[in-house]
Design a protein around this ligand. Structure first.
Ligand SMILES: Cc1cc2nc3c(=O)[nH]c(=O)nc-3n(C[C@H](O)[C@H](O)[C@H](O)COP(=O)(O)OP(=O)(O)OC[C@H]3O[C@@H](n4cnc5c(N)ncnc54)[C@H](O)[C@@H]3O)c2cc1C
Ligand code: SF4
Length: 355
């Protein structure tokens, strides 16, 4: 899906969101690993408990993001957390079809274009009633994904800049060490000593360019899935703006916005999950009010498009310094420059926990 996605070929897959809930997983360890309120892990646990299988995106040790299948709750951590990179679905559609035909309950999670791709694949390979009985699709509110090549180059640049012994480890886009928000975390070893780095998205060239919508794949700026009609049975995202919509609900550890789109999604939520979390009924309009990608695709200026092209050329030429220290270098305030020099535990003390 590199270029334009023909919206009309997916029309039959969309279901209008019926209602929304704000939700937080009651399992606090799981919540800590989740980007938002832990809706995904909550749903996944209930499928894994009945012997089902769960598919989702995992950041592998070699820095690539790929969809994998898990069958044990102990492996759930591999799928938790947002990876702001295009995930390779590899052979997971085929694996999913195979499991469904063996009557296994499956939860498949991913970006809406990945869920649409799965549904199209299954139309040809698995009987309709088998899909209806055994599959739960969970899609994300999605503003776009950069290519793997940009993220791999970024990790290499980080490793070189930090003089790391053996690359970057434990990269998390949505660390909660400073509370719920857009904060990255990673660690590396230099001469055998462990160094941890934590900071806000705006201080980092890759993450800042991601949040500003500069470096997504071209197709993301014309995404036919950025709308209130959804391809997932359930849609999950961050409940940004929760404090003004449901004052007192958020405790600073993350809240999920959950859209219930199909009868399958509604049944699953009511029967399997509602008891294991704190939740409150909300409205689709309130979620959309602070989440523009539920209504329209991301956009970028012509200048940003040219910038993204230059970044890709620099990366193709192997010039990571040009890409991340010049072209995408964020403008750092004095405070940000000071913050960058401090150990992350001190940063957390000074800048506080929670939003
Ligand atoms: C590229 C991307 C863009 C997003 N844009 C928005 C947005 O504009 N607004 C918003 O409210 N929320 C957005 N989200 C969703 C948000 O960041 C959280 O992922 C979501 O709220 C789920 O959080 P959680 O606490 O339920 O569980 P978590 O454990 O944090 O979620 C993990 C889930 O995300 C999936 N996932 C993670 N990375 C990827 C990936 N690269 N490709 C496919 N699936 C992935 C996993 O398969 C799993 O289902 C985006 C997520 C991604 C990955
Ligand atoms: S913005 Fe659209 S095309 Fe891009 S990753 Fe998200 S769902 Fe797919």
């Amino acid at each position: 899906m590199q270029d334009e996605l023909p919206s009309n070929s997916f029309d039959m897959l969309f279901a209008k969101a019926r209602y929304a809930v704000a939700l937080q997983d009651s399992d606090s360890k799981s919540l800590e690993l989740s980007a938002s309120g832990g809706a995904f892990a909550l749903f996944a646990r209930s499928v894994l408990r009945v012997g089902g299988a769960v598919f989702g995106a995992s950041l592998l040790d070699n820095g690539t993001v790929r969809h994998i299948c898990i069958k044990r709750i102990d492996d759930l951590y591999k799928l938790q957390g947002s990876k702001y990179v295009k995930s390779n679905v590899a052979d997971t559609y085929e694996e999913c079809a195979h499991l469904l035909c063996k009557n296994t309950v499956v939860l498949y999670s991913g970006t809406p274009c990945q869920i649409a791709g799965l549904r199209k694949y299954l139309e040809k390979s698995v009987p309709k009633e088998v899909v209806a009985n055994n599959l739960l699709c969970v899609d994300l509110i999605c503003h776009g994904t950069p290519k793997q090549e940009i993220f791999s180059a970024y990790l290499e640049w980080l490793a070189t800049k930090n003089k790391a012994d053996d690359g970057i480890h434990g990269y998390a886009f949505r660390s909660k060490k400073m509370g719920w928000g857009l904060n990255y975390y990673y660690y590396f070893y230099r001469r055998g000593r462990k160094h941890e780095v934590l900071g806000p998205a705006r201080d980092d060239p890759y993450f800042a360019a991601f949040t500003k919508g500069v470096i997504y794949r071209r197709c993301c700026y014309k995404c036919p899935f950025a709308r209130l009609e959804r391809v997932g049975d359930i849609t999950i995202g961050d409940y940004w703006g929760i404090d003004s919509v449901h004052p007192g609900f958020s405790d600073g550890r993350g809240v999920s916005a959950v859209l219930i789109n199909t009868s399958n999604g509604e049944r699953f939520f009511n029967e399997c999950c509602a008891d294991e979390c704190k939740w409150i009924k909300s409205t689709v309009e309130s979620v959309a009010a602070n989440n523009s990608n539920l209504v329209k695709p991301a956009s970028r200026s012509d200048d940003d498009e040219r910038l993204a092209d230059e970044v890709e050329r620099a990366i193709s030429a192997g010039d990571h310094k040009l890409a991340f220290e010049k072209l995408l270098a964020p403008k750092l305030s004095l405070m940000a420059r000071i913050r960058r020099k401090l150990p992350w535990k001190l940063v957390r003390m000074v800048y506080g926990h929670g939003r």
